[in-house]
Design a binder for this molecule. Structure first.
Ligand code: GLP
Length: 244
């Protein structure tokens, strides 16, 4: 779906999230959300904060799982996805912080595999993700599933692509400071969500959106695996959709 600009598109995504949360509230159930970081979802989170502040939208029944985190990464570092989520969303809403899950960038390397298995188990025990929101990296990554990721991959430690580290270099004051690894949900983890929304804005994303939507399905562009799903929607602004 193509919207005139990212503000209108972001308000629409936030409205859908709010509708899901409210319908779960009516059934006395939790809404289990998969969340993304990066510049792309910032306006969605801003609109959710506004809905909480101005319209009383409550997040008491919301349980969240973030897609990924750099590794190693301290949660209180400015570049951590924990800091990002707190600043853009969690510090401004009434979510119970015990319901927030973000991959742990402080683990000993020996403890990562067990952590990842448990992350999958926690999602499963809650009945799976109701909705996963995604951005897309210029390598075609979703989460941090870089080229070469398997379609059935689970949560795991991965090595970041060179282009991904270049794109992150501004946040870290130089590419040499960008971690070389991350913990990410897998393509398989994402696929199990009952609904998937991938968002992309700006001309910069137009070439990778063309590949993701129209290109051959291949591990070289992990987002092409989404073509195999019947419960995914790409929400784009006109610039990101301009090469389709
Ligand atoms: C980051 C994140 C992804 C995100 C992507 C795009 O590295 N790990 O989850 O979707 O790259 O980022 P942005 O939205 O800033 O363009």
């Amino acid at each position: 779906t193509v919207y005139p600009d990212q503000q209108i598109a972001s308000v629409e995504v936030a409205r859908r999230i709010a509708t899901l949360i409210k319908s779960k509230q009516q059934q006395n159930e939790n809404a289990v959300l998969g969340l993304a970081t990066g510049v792309t979802p910032i306006k969605v989170y801003a609109e959710l904060v506004r809905l909480h502040r101005d319209e009383g939208l409550s997040f008491k029944n919301v349980i969240t799982f973030n897609l990924d985190e750099y590794y190693p990464m301290k949660p209180d570092a400015v570049q951590s996805y924990v800091t990002f989520m707190n600043e853009n969303l969690f510090d401004h809403i009434d979510i119970d912080k015990a319901n927030v899950h973000i991959p742990d960038g402080t683990l000993d390397v020996d403890a990562v595999a067990a952590f990842c298995l448990n992350y999958e188990k926690q999602i499963e025990e809650l009945g799976g993700l109701d909705l996963q929101i995604l951005g897309i990296g210029r390598t075609g990554h979703i989460g941090f599933n870089e080229p070469g990721s398997a379609p059935n991959s689970g949560t795991r430690l991965v090595t970041l692509d060179d282009l991904t580290r270049s794109d992150a270099s501004r946040d870290f004051g130089g590419k040499e400071n960008v971690p070389t690894k991350a913990i990410t949900m897998g393509i398989g983890t994402i696929f199990k969500a009952r609904e998937i929304i991938l968002m992309a804005w700006n001309q910069k994303k137009a070439p990778i959106i063309k590949k993701a939507v129209e290109g051959e399905i291949s591990g070289e562009v992990p987002a092409t695996y989404l073509q195999l799903s019947d419960h995914v929607e790409f929400i784009l602004d006109e610039d990101a959709a301009s090469e389709l």
